[in-house]
Design a protein around this ligand. Structure first.
Ligand code: URA
Length: 241
């Protein structure tokens, strides 16, 4: 029988973070372990990690996200781990997959010029994605791919512990905030973001994805508005002079 294909995530649907059929290392590949147990096991392994390099190593040995099989490289992060502002995008594209760094293609170039406008660059931000491997053909990631990566993303946020989080695009916003509304409604607003590895919530703002802005340049007006809101907070919190 033909295997039923899982649908990529639509940003208009809440992402149900059902336990993914994930596994840390080959010892967890046994078929009789329920996905719930395996999901909890992933969380347990991730919770023992105390720095970013350990987290990266754990991801390199993680067999629970099938995207790894088709990707060239793990795309873990770029920027400054001591930054007080963290950007989280969707998933690597072809350029990111080739170079092993997030946001290095056309979208990344637009993101760089957007943030430059508010005096940010890769020296004073930290950047990652909700998915660590390129989905084939740049399709949208599925809910189970997002769920498989989520424990790592949550821990990565906690290890950076930024003063603010910028969620780049509808998929990142949906994965981390679980809001029923789409990006058009929630962009430009601050929401408290919390996870089990954090001691207190972090203010998080969804913004339009640069790939969307490349397709719909008419929407750039909105991004300038959102960037000004971010700059305001950066100044108030003395993150920017
Ligand atoms: N788009 C993303 O969301 N992330 C990347 O790393 C590249 C493009």
């Amino acid at each position: 029988m033909k295997k039923k294909q899982e649908k990529p995530v639509s940003t208009n649907q809440p992402i149900s973070l059902q336990p993914a059929k994930s596994a840390i290392g080959p010892q967890m590949a046994s078929a009789d372990i329920s996905s719930q147990e395996v999901f909890q096991d992933t969380y347990q392994s991730v919770s023992k990690v105390s720095d970013l390099e350990q987290l990266r190593q754990l991801l390199l040995h993680f067999d629970g996200c099938p995207l790894k099989d088709t990707a060239t490289n793990l795309v873990f992060c770029d920027g400054n781990p001591n930054a007080r502002i963290m950007f989280i995008g969707e998933a690597p594209g072809a350029d990111e997959d080739r170079l092993g760094k997030p946001f290095v293609g056309m979208s990344g170039q637009l993101l760089d010029s957007m943030i430059k406008w508010i005096k940010l660059d890769r020296e004073n931000i930290y950047i990652s994605n909700v998915i660590y491997w390129r989905p084939p053909g740049n399709r949208a990631p599925t809910t189970s791919e997002i769920a498989a990566c989520l424990p790592f993303v949550e821990k990565q946020i906690a290890l950076i512990n930024p003063s603010m989080l910028i969620l780049v695009g509808g998929i990142a916003a949906k994965a981390l905030l679980q809001k029923p509304d789409g990006i058009m409604k929630i962009r430009g607003q601050w929401f408290p973001y919390q996870n089990n590895f954090l001691s207190s919530p972090i203010p998080a703002m969804p913004i339009y994805h640069p790939a969307f802005l490349l397709r719909q340049p008419g929407q750039k007006r909105m991004i300038w508005r959102d960037l000004l809101t971010i700059e305001d907070r950066l100044i108030k919190e003395k993150i920017l002079p």
